[in-house]
Write a protein that binds this ligand. Structure first.
Ligand SMILES: Nc1ncnc2c1ncn2[C@@H]1O[C@H](COP(=O)(O)OP(=O)(O)OP(=O)(O)O)[C@@H](O)[C@H]1O
Ligand SMILES: [Mg+2]
Length: 325
């Protein structure tokens, strides 16, 4: 059976799509479970909730199914070949960290996962990317619905210029999410703020602007906003790079907690962060071509502990030991 979000004409793009801060913030699903959201994909989306420790006992992904399978993915910006031949699986209920030097295509690849590169004029993605078994590069995919399922948190916290409450309630409202009971929305906003480890700090000032919060609080508000629409996957592009170490620690703790419920892909420049929070790590680099241009390639991917202790590739070792990049 074809899922109800495939095969529809490209939706009329709501006015809020295309604004970076809103991408991935909407959803119309009413059930939390992956299987509930993707009834036709139940087999592909077998849920594993076991937690893999990030140490040498890491059992890798043997018990976990891929959410995304990328095969020979190439990304171009006009004539520039930014990402070359990337093949990788991204696993359910795991945190995968994408690391590598500036310009190697981490953000570009992340954007492929919910097709936000479509919003960049001249960007073109080739290859195969499946999400729960569906080729999301197909013309028939409803990209708006795809982005509802695959939320995004950006480098710079970007709350809407709305109240704390409305920041969280916005996505569920615009997508008509069904919430039970008179205080359904209030309860849901509270639950999301609790999940984002922000409730205690904001419960007495829900009507105040989201912009009045500190940077770390704003980022947790953005995470609450992202999870408010019950996504399946959360993409995070350097979510802590503008935060201080205390706020960073809060977000890292939060990521580890959220992993039980969501699949998380995080781009980070901070290798300690990748080592601390992720289950698997993918190292990318930018290869210089004869004409001087650079193409991002995947050097290796594996359990985080293995990649940081016994990398297979010399380039990975040089990068993680600080000799390169
Ligand atoms: N919107 C765009 N238009 C044209 N080229 C782009 C665009 N975004 C990225 N690129 C190019 O694609 C390549 C990969 O960029 P990308 O931003 O994905 O790298 P990155 O690994 O995320 O880098 P950083 O760590 O600095 O954020 C770079 O050469 C970059 O100049
Ligand atoms: Mg980037």
């Amino acid at each position: 059976m074809t899922p109800n979000w495939v095969g529809q004409e490209e939706l009329v793009t709501p006015s809020w799509v295309g604004q970076e801060e809103l991408v991935g913030s909407g959803a119309s699903v009413t059930a939390r479970s992956v299987t509930g959201m993707l009834p036709s994909l139940m087999d592909a989306a077998t849920v594993s909730v076991s937690v893999t420790p990030r140490d040498e006992t890491d059992s890798s992904t043997e018990d976990s199914s891929p959410v995304f399978e990328l095969r020979d993915v190439n990304v171009f910006y006009g004539k520039a070949h930014a990402v070359r031949d990337v093949s990788i699986d991204l696993t359910h209920n795991r945190i995968t960290a994408l690391i590598g030097p500036s310009g190697c295509g981490k953000s570009t690849l992340l954007r492929c996962l919910n097709r936000t590169n479509d919003l960049i004029p001249g960007a073109r993605v080739e290859g195969v990317i499946t999400y729960h078994g569906l080729n999301i590069l197909a013309d028939t995919i409803d990209v708006i619905e795809l982005r509802r399922r695959i939320g995004m948190v950006f480098q710079k916290p970007n709350p809407f210029p709305k109240s704390i409450f409305d920041n969280v309630a916005f996505g569920p409202k615009v997508t008509g999410m069904k919430l039970v009971g008179r205080s359904g929305m209030a309860d849901w906003v509270e639950e999301c703020l609790r999940k984002a480890a922000l409730w205690d700090e904001v419960k007495d000032k829900l009507k105040e602007s989201g912009l009045s919060l500190s940077g770390g609080q704003q980022q947790r508000l953005c995470i609450a906003r992202a999870i408010a629409v019950k996504p399946d996957v959360i993409l995070m592009d350097e979510p802590c790079s503008s935060l201080d170490p205390i706020a960073t620690a809060r977000i890292e703790e939060l990521m580890v907690e959220l992993r039980a419920e969501f699949t998380i892909v995080i781009v980070t420049h901070n290798m300690q962060q990748a080592a601390r929070v992720s289950d698997r790590t993918a190292f990318f680099t930018a290869e210089v071509q004869p004409d001087g241009s650079r193409q991002g390639v995947l050097v290796e991917e594996g359990p985080t502990y293995q990649l940081f202790t016994t990398p297979r590739e010399r380039r990975t070792e040089e990068y993680i030991t600080g000799r390169f990049g």
